[in-house]
Design a protein around this ligand. Structure first.
Ligand SMILES: [Zn+2]
Length: 389
């Protein structure tokens, strides 16, 4: 089985230069291929495939135009890939599947630096860094997200891309069959909530990351910087026609970056937390996991809930849990959201219709009592009507 992973990297200045140069050269070659074929067409000559273009470029064009030899400075694999991509764009056009290939514009298009595993040392991935041909070791921002080579995973190929000044690596990984673990003979129910993030039927509770001191402090800081930004905008309005306008504008740009950086930082912490939760849950190797079908869309419509829901990344949790379960062969059961997981007594099965949101403890007439969410997680675990994701 093959799977792709994408994550942010933290390249050095030198690596950034190399990446930018490679992407720039690939964009040039992509556009050159299109332009050259256009010219051939206008002269009534035969269309050139990527292969014949490559031969022409190396044996004819570069010999006559040595000023373009900088094309050779970057990874030839990546350059070749950009020719192939342009060729694919043409074949799609010939098959009437898409329009005539367009030129790639700087900063606006999706040109990537391609790499492929050629020898055993290439594409080696450790928990915190990955070895990319022509770049060397590159630091990973999110540690342990890409499966490591030591675990038996093989990276076949990948790309490095840049978006809004941030760099990403995307890799295609061959997952060996023997990596499917032996699953244990038990299931887990997970109750997701706003107070705590997840209550698991094995007794483990995952706290709400937004209630930690770290996030609270960053959120406060963010609010402060946002207020500062809007003050600066007000300032600009007042000074609209005066000399100081330009300085203020630069000032605002700085402040915008500050706010963006804080946003990213908070978002990264939340994503890391989601990944950690998913990993810890599947690590116990249950044969199945049951969760409620969250009505995220409905909750987002509720003004009071939407912010809390969005910031807890329930949807991302569900998507990542589903992917991990598929990978490991764990059955993911989705229970209808009308299933009364909170109101059901796990002991005697009766339904407590008057259970209020404020009731933290579930107390039944049969003598059973438990934490409300823990009771819900047990009911989810034992649900007999569900869909399989
Ligand atoms: Zn009961």
């Amino acid at each position: 089985m093959r799977k792709s992973y994408k994550t942010e990297i933290n390249p050095t200045q030198e690596q950034i230069q190399k990446i930018n140069k490679t992407i720039g050269t690939c964009r040039f070659i992509y556009n050159f291929y299109i332009a050259h074929n256009k010219e051939l067409y206008n002269k009534g000559e035969k269309f050139m495939t990527a292969k014949s273009f490559s031969v022409w470029l190396n044996n004819e064009f570069l010999l006559n135009s040595p000023e373009y030899l900088w094309i050779k400075d970057v990874s030839s694999k990546s350059v070749k890939k950009s020719m192939e991509n342009a060729y694919t764009a043409f074949t799609r056009f010939f098959k009437k599947q898409s329009r005539f290939p367009r030129f790639k514009k700087k900063n606006k298009s999706d040109v990537k630096m391609y790499f492929v595993k050629n020898n055993p040392k290439d594409c080696f991935c450790e928990r915190h860094r990955i070895n990319i041909p022509t770049l060397g070791w590159v630091r990973l921002k999110e540690k342990g997200y890409i499966p490591t080579t030591k675990q038996g995973y093989v990276i076949k190929s990948g790309t490095v891309s840049c978006k809004a000044g941030r760099y990403y690596v995307s890799v295609l990984i061959e997952i060996p069959d023997w990596n499917k673990p032996q699953l244990n003979n038990f299931g887990l129910g997970i109750d997701l909530g706003l107070k705590d993030f997840a209550i698991i039927s094995n007794g483990i509770t995952k706290k709400n990351i937004n209630k930690t001191a770290k996030i609270r402090k960053l959120e406060k800081q963010l609010k402060r910087e946002q207020r500062c930004l809007s003050r600066k905008y007000e300032d600009l309005k007042k000074r609209n026609n005066k000399m100081k306008g330009e300085a203020t504008r630069q000032n605002i740009q700085k402040q915008v970056l500050k706010v963006q950086k804080l946003h990213h930082r908070i978002d990264n912490i939340r994503t890391d937390y989601i990944n950690k939760c998913v990993n810890e849950i599947v690590k116990t190797k249950p044969s199945y996991i049951t969760i409620e079908d969250l009505n995220v869309k409905g909750m987002m419509k509720n003004k009071h809930l939407s912010k809390a829901v969005a910031s807890q990344k329930f949807y991302e949790f569900r998507t990542k849990l589903e992917a991990k379960c598929k990978e490991l062969g764990i059955e993911l059961r989705i229970v209808d959201r009308w299933y009364p997981s909170s109101k059901l007594c796990h002991e005697c099965g009766c339904i407590k219709r008057d259970l209020k949101l404020s009731d933290r403890e579930y107390i039944c007439e049969c003598g059973y009592h438990a934490d409300r969410d823990y009771n819900a997680s047990l009911n989810l675990r034992d649900a007999i009507s569900y869909k399989i994701a």
